[in-house]
Write a protein that binds this ligand. Structure first.
Ligand code: GDP
Length: 409
């Protein structure tokens, strides 16, 4: 039988709005569009609690009761602290005492408050339009996805199923390079450049070893400070611990959350020293490798497999030594041509009649060359669209296959 819902929304001024409905998703969209619950002084911004009832009568009765509740009692309900709700009910006049967590404040014995569904709260938050509430909901949603607890896995699956229809519109850019090459400087400069052009940008890191390597600690507050302060950006550090396959699967899922939240560009960062590049190249639309100006002098030092995955190679820090950067550009260009001629299987990624991997030089620190870089990325994207390749993203076909895909990475 279809349930009825009672819910609480947090409003911009900190007050709570209480409502009931038999279609929670449609109702949240109405709130979001400002069709319900908006007044000149009140703006609902975040779904913070919901409960299910078997009959409309019970839902309406409970809604009426919550409306008379004190703020403290509503907050105890939101926190799921039924003992506190009962305690407050006892101390507030005119409210009969409650028996405990299971019984709850119901008038009819057949109506029971089923456990709130946190994933629905998160779905509403991720799809919502308030940027602060949305960023919080995305962070919580990704934490839920990263959880290994069995009940969280089920919630995570439901969360993804609900978000899936809203995904598929973002451009996914993989960025790799050894620690110190300038990835975070580059991503921050690129992110700010894209934001200035009206895009919203999400950044996710993928290396399981990041917390020890020091190369990808996006959580370190000194990294991408300006970008993370911008409400049009979302930055998520690498999931702590876990195997490469596991982390890659989580990143894939986190990417879907960011897509559903409407981030037009999702950047996935990885430290270009291991196998995670293969996973990242496989889950993004374009894979970019950052190199140093002296890289061309020592092609041996470059992981050939990683280089072969690149759709575009960027020689960063060109400001340090322009001549070396130009030399590196020429050497890497010819190396890429050679890889192509040898027909490495990864180059199936590049349809040679459409795209030859490019080498550019820029300075992330000075922000020079970014417009040219984005011009090439946009061109690549156009070609992909025209050839229908973007539509063939493997992980969008079925979520249930994502674990298999990740473990094969
Ligand atoms: P990551 O480890 O790859 O994320 O590298 P970072 O972005 O943290 O950069 C490492 C160092 O290189 C920092 O001191 C940056 O300021 C510096 N750096 C990054 N990009 C450039 C650049 O284009 N030119 C110069 N001169 N230094 C840069």
């Amino acid at each position: 039988m279809k349930p009825f819902f009672v819910y609480l929304l947090r409003c911009a001024d900190g007050a709570y709005y209480c409502g009931q409905t038999d279609d929670i998703d449609a109702r949240m969209q109405q709130h979001d569009a400002g069709k319900i619950g908006f007044t000149s002084t009140r703006k609902p911004v975040e779904l913070v609690w919901q409960g299910e009832f078997e009959t409309r009568v019970a839902a309406i009765a409970f809604e009426q009761r919550i409306k008379g509740w004190s703020r403290a009692k509503k907050e105890a309900l939101i926190a799921g602290d039924w003992c506190r709700v009962s305690e407050l009910a006892r101390s507030e006049s005119g409210e009969r005492s409650l028996d405990g967590p299971q019984e709850g404040p119901f008038d009819s014995a057949q109506d029971r408050l089923r456990p709130a569904q946190p994933e629905r709260v998160l779905v509403a938050g991720v799809l919502g339009s308030d940027p602060h509430a949305q960023r919080r909901a995305i962070a919580k949603a990704i934490t839920l996805l990263e959880s290994t607890r069995a009940e969280h896995r089920q919630q995570a699956d439901e969360l993804l199923n609900a978000l899936l229809p809203h995904t598929g519109k973002s451009f996914r850019l993989g960025i790799s390079g050894v620690p110190g090459v300038g990835k975070s400087t580059f991503i921050e400069a690129l992110g700010l450049f894209l934001i200035a052009q009206g895009h919203r940008v999400a950044v996710l890191a993928v290396d399981p070893s990041s917390s020890v390597s020091g190369g990808s600690i996006l959580g370190d507050k000194t990294r991408m400070e300006r970008l993370s302060a911008d409400e049009r950006a979302f930055i998520r550090p690498s999931p702590a611990g876990g195997t490469l396959g596991g982390v890659a699967a989580k990143t894939r899922e986190a990417m879907l959350v960011c897509e559903a939240a409407g981030y037009g560009v999702v950047i996935v960062e990885t430290v270009g020293v291991g196998q995670s590049e293969t996973a990242v190249a496989g889950m993004t639309d374009m894979f970019v490798l950052l190199q140093l100006p002296n890289a061309g002098d020592d092609l041996q030092a470059i992981k050939r497999g990683v280089m072969e995955l690149a759709d575009l190679v960027v020689i960063n820090k060109a400001d340090l030594d322009e001549a070396a950067a130009t030399r590196a550009r020429a050497q890497i260009t010819s190396a890429l041509r050679l890889f192509g001629q040898q027909g490495h299987p990864h180059h199936a990624r590049h349809d040679r009649s459409l795209w030859h991997p490019l080498v550019l030089q820029l300075s992330a620190l000075r922000g020079t060359g970014l417009a040219e870089f984005w011009g090439h990325v946009s061109h690549f994207r156009e070609l992909q669209r025209a050839s229908g390749r973007a539509a063939a993203r493997p992980y969008l076909i079925s979520l249930s296959s994502s674990a298999t895909a990740a473990s094969s990475c």
